[in-house]
Write a protein that binds this ligand. Structure first.
Ligand SMILES: [Zn+2]
Length: 253
């Protein structure tokens, strides 16, 4: 693979992020190393490693950082951002209690809109005590089972408009597609962990992850987006008699 030159500002950012990585990476066993995960996620998403390394994995190997640890850390960081955005304003106390990586790992892959509910249920289970990772796990299982049914009772489309009864089945297929996509993302996480173990070195990780990412996206984008405005869900040529337009179409317009 050909290595590519960084721009001046990318170069600056890379050396800033590397300083953080070098200073934080050796502090092992600590629950939260958010600065480290943030710096690594910047290096990964901006491909700031590309001047010296052929891939993010090659960069981690050169640094002697365990891939599975990074993938867990960056996943937890994503959840942390989502929690802060969704919950911080009205439930500071719970947020403070669950802000360790150990806790947030239990919420990886969860629909961000469901997070406040899961945390609320977890705090009920904790009965006023400290919320544990186990509480979150139990709460997540409780919340996600009846969720599909509840979503049907107030169905909103991609534009936030309510979905007519005639579209109920198509809308529930959308939820099934999203759940399938979540499972594929979970498989991707598992694969990353296996590939970083002895014996997994020959797994063509990047290739497979790119493939899984495409599948996961394709599933989400093919689900229900909005009710067809020309036929109000009854079926016409513009929606190919389906009554709706998939998310894919909304994105490409
Ligand atoms: Zn139509």
């Amino acid at each position: 693979m050909k290595l590519q030159i960084l721009s001046a500002s990318e170069s600056r950012e890379f050396s800033e992020m590397e300083k953080i990585v070098d200073s934080k990476v050796s502090i092992k066993g600590r629950e939260s190393q958010w600065e480290l995960w943030h710096a690594l996620s910047r290096i990964m998403s901006g491909r700031l490693y590309r001047e010296k390394h052929s891939s993010f994995y090659a960069y981690l190997r050169a640094k002697g950082i365990e891939q599975s640890r990074v993938s867990r850390g960056i996943s937890a960081l994503g959840v942390k951002y989502a929690i802060e955005e969704k919950l911080w304003l009205y439930d500071r106390e719970s947020v403070r209690m669950i802000m360790s990586e150990h806790h947030l790992r239990e919420l990886v892959g969860l629909d961000h809109d469901a997070m406040p509910e899961v945390v609320r249920v977890a705090s009920q289970i904790a009965e006023g005590g400290k919320i544990t990772a186990k509480n979150l796990k139990t709460a997540r299982a409780k919340v996600s089972a009846p969720r599909a049914a509840r979503r049907l009772s107030h169905r909103l489309d991609e534009n936030g408009d309510s979905v007519p009864e005639v579209m109920a089945e198509s809308f529930s297929a959308r939820n099934a597609l999203n759940e399938l996509s979540d499972r594929i993302r979970a498989i991707a996480e598992e694969l990353k962990a296996i590939a970083s173990r002895p014996g997994g070195q020959f797994v063509p990780c990047e290739e497979i992850l790119a493939g899984l990412g495409n599948i996961s996206r394709a599933l989400v984008l093919s689900g229900f987006g909005i009710t067809c405005q020309e036929c109000s869900g009854l079926g016409c040529t513009s929606c190919r008699n389906t009554g709706f337009h998939p998310k894919r179409r909304l994105r490409s317009e």
